[in-house]
Design a protein around this ligand. Structure first.
Ligand code: PGA
Length: 243
């Protein structure tokens, strides 16, 4: 477990983009596990800049996103399908058929979720999984609870997640109440995990993840048992760590 602390969110983005670029250089046909939310945006902007300068080729890269809301269309401006198009895919040369986001609108979510896990295995597993972290310690939409759920599954969002994500919608009432998320199994099976957290609002979740017992009440804490996990933090997100 490595913890990298940099000055601010912009530097955290550069550090994460460096790790992702190194992954693509060492294995051009790698499988990336990608994340949405505001935290990864600086990393995506850095990657787009590298691509535009001719430094980075996504033509063989495959990607599997962590999660998607249930009950909003892919075209909705807050859907994670749309987010990935707007923030990364439309600006680099990744092939559309190589990008994957869970289906939050499937009629039979359990079977499409199981097929999503199977597709990741068939692609050779995730080489590098990028993660943000929720204020409640969630990774993907794996919310605090009594257990770690290993497979891709539907989840009811916690009140704290609904409140945190209201900033992307017109009002709290518009935030979907459920999502489909990759489970802890596929995340832990990734060969490398890169969690990025920036800002003081994440400091307590980061402290609990790194300094309290591994527990499903703080889902990110399980990453301490991963053989190749890196937390990239800015100074504010690291501010509650005791060492
Ligand atoms: P954020 O979300 O990057 O928008 O803070 C992170 C998360 O909830 O995992």
């Amino acid at each position: 477990m490595q913890v990298v602390i940099v000055k601010n969110a912009e530097q955290a983005g550069q550090a994460v983009a460096t790790l992702i670029a190194a992954q693509i250089y060492t294995k051009p046909d790698c499988v990336l596990g990608l994340a949405t939310g505001s935290t990864p945006i600086p990393a995506y902007q850095t990657l787009i800049g590298m691509h535009k300068e001719g430094l980075l080729d996504f033509s063989k890269v495959k990607s599997y996103n962590l999660d998607e809301y249930v009950g909003i269309s892919y075209e909705h401006e807050c859907s994670y399908h749309r987010f990935m198009q707007d923030e990364l895919f439309n600006h680099v040369n990744i092939k559309p058929e190589n990008t994957h986001v869970p289906d939050g609108n499937a009629e039979d979510i359990p079977s499409t979720a199981a097929a999503y896990d199977a597709a990741i295995v068939a692609a050779g597993g995730i080489d590098l999984q990028l993660l943000g972290i929720g204020h409640n310690g969630h990774i993907g939409f794996n919310e605090p609870g009594s257990e770690f759920i290993y497979g891709c599954h539907k989840v009811e969002l916690s009140q704290s997640t609904i409140e945190a994500n209201t900033r992307f919608f017109d009002s709290e009432a518009d935030v979907p109440r459920a999502a489909v998320t990759l489970g802890i199994g596929s995340i832990m099976n990734a060969r490398q995990v890169v969690l990025v957290a920036t800002g003081e609002g994440k400091a307590e979740a980061v402290r609990r993840s790194l300094e309290e017992d591994v527990s499903p009440m703080c889902q990110a804490s399980i990453l301490r048992t991963h053989p190749n996990a890196i937390f990239v933090l800015d100074e504010a997100a690291a501010s509650k760590l005791s060492r």
